[in-house]
Design a protein around this ligand. Structure first.
Ligand SMILES: *Cc1c(COP(=O)(O)O)cnc(C)c1O
Length: 359
């Protein structure tokens, strides 16, 4: 069985050891005689799976005891609505627009109250993170919202905004568990699993307990954090198989030595590609150096026909999903936690060869 190098932005690469463990347990999980997919979410076996996953994530991220970890459904996009529905008590929130996903979240928030744009990098096609050290934060803002790693544009915050005492809400979908973060700096973190930790369909929410209050009236039961927190993510049938795979990814990270170890590796991995881009005469990165993401690396040749040729040739050699998002064009290599260093080294070798052949 051949596996290719997968540079997809999401759903994305998972650790091979996790996939083969899941394969081994497919027909019978721990002698239960059934797959996790076939198991009651109220069973002892599944309760252990979700409990362990929760405890492992708490351990990995060093999550303080006054935060709750929730496993929900509906992907990152449902959080665009759940955040305002549950946190917009004054019906005012401040948004920093650094790309497509921040913009979507902002548009959604406008349904529920007054959403303000307090900074944006749209003027330069989102190729940088705006200065967020002294923003005009609204006096009554319920929270300040960021998309901390911009999957499409390949930028990442290196410093969190100064929220002047307001709660920070962060979409960490495409950087979740890729680097050490201090959870105390956030009121709420959420992440769709399919970028860095598991299959699509699961979303992880980390929320400070005191923010789990009464949502806005008319908030459907399924979109209330208090309902899910009270039921420990088992209010209804949660995405059981997704949680099981996420749990295995957490174990994989723990065995590797935790987040500081994967962070170091991620920096080494992305440096290989960025160093190459900085020295190449053909390829160039599209993002301001200081704001580059170690997770998503967009690059171009500057010639659309040559980009197309590169994508075709790389694909035929087994470098999959390198086509960039249409709003940036060119290429994008998503090099999440599970992407091996060898994949990047081989990609760079091919890029060197392509550059020589296409001078
Ligand atoms: C992919 C992505 C989303 C959307 O996730 P869905 O699960 O498709 O709703 C939101 N935010 C970021 C940063 C993403 O990369």
């Amino acid at each position: 069985m051949k596996r290719f190098y997968n540079f997809s932005a999401g759903p994305a690469i998972l650790p091979e050891s996790v996939l083969s463990e899941a394969q081994n347990e497919m027909m019978s999980y721990k002698n239960t005689g059934m797959s996790v997919m076939e198991m009651s979410h109220r069973s002892k076996d599944f309760e252990e799976i979700i409990e362990e996953a929760k405890n492992d994530i708490i351990h990995l991220m060093n999550i303080p005891s006054n935060y709750k970890v929730l496993f929900l459904q509906g992907g990152g996009s449902t959080q665009f609505a759940m955040v305002p529905m549950n946190l917009m008590k004054n019906k005012i929130a401040d948004y920093i627009i650094t790309g497509h996903w921040a913009e979507k979240a902002y548009e959604e928030a406008k349904i529920f109250g007054k959403a303000n744009i307090i900074a944006s990098s749209e003027d330069l096609n989102f190729d940088y993170i705006p200065d967020v050290s002294n923003l005009n934060i609204s006096k009554d803002a319920d929270y300040v919202y960021i998309c901390e790693n911009n999957t499409i544009y390949g930028t990442q915050y290196k410093k969190l905004p100064n929220t002047k005492g307001k709660i920070l809400v962060s979409d960490q979908s495409s950087m979740f568990l890729s680097k050490v973060v201090d959870v105390n700096n956030y009121g709420l973190i959420f992440a769709g699993a399919q970028k860095n930790v598991g299959p699509a369909g699961t979303v992880i929410v980390i929320i400070r307990e005191d923010l789990i209050g009464e949502p806005l009236p008319f908030t459907p039961t399924m979109l209330r954090y208090n309902v899910h927190a009270k039921a420990s993510s088992l209010y209804n049938t949660p995405p059981t198989y997704g949680i099981y795979i996420c749990g295995k990814v957490f174990k994989w990270l723990k065995e590797m030595g935790g987040i500081s170890v994967i962070e170091k590796l991620n920096n080494e991995k992305s440096k290989i590609l960025y160093d190459f881009l900085d020295n190449s005469k053909l390829f160039k990165g599209t993002v301001v150096k200081e704001d580059r993401s170690p997770m998503n690396v967009p690059f171009v040749t500057g010639d659309a026909a040559l980009d197309k040729k590169f994508i075709e040739e790389s694909d035929s050699l087994g470098f999959k999903n390198l086509k960039g998002h249409k709003t940036v064009g060119g290429m994008r290599a998503s090099i999440y936690n599970a992407c091996p260093k060898k994949a990047i080294e081989d990609l760079v070798s091919f890029m060197e060869k392509f550059e020589k052949e296409n001078k």
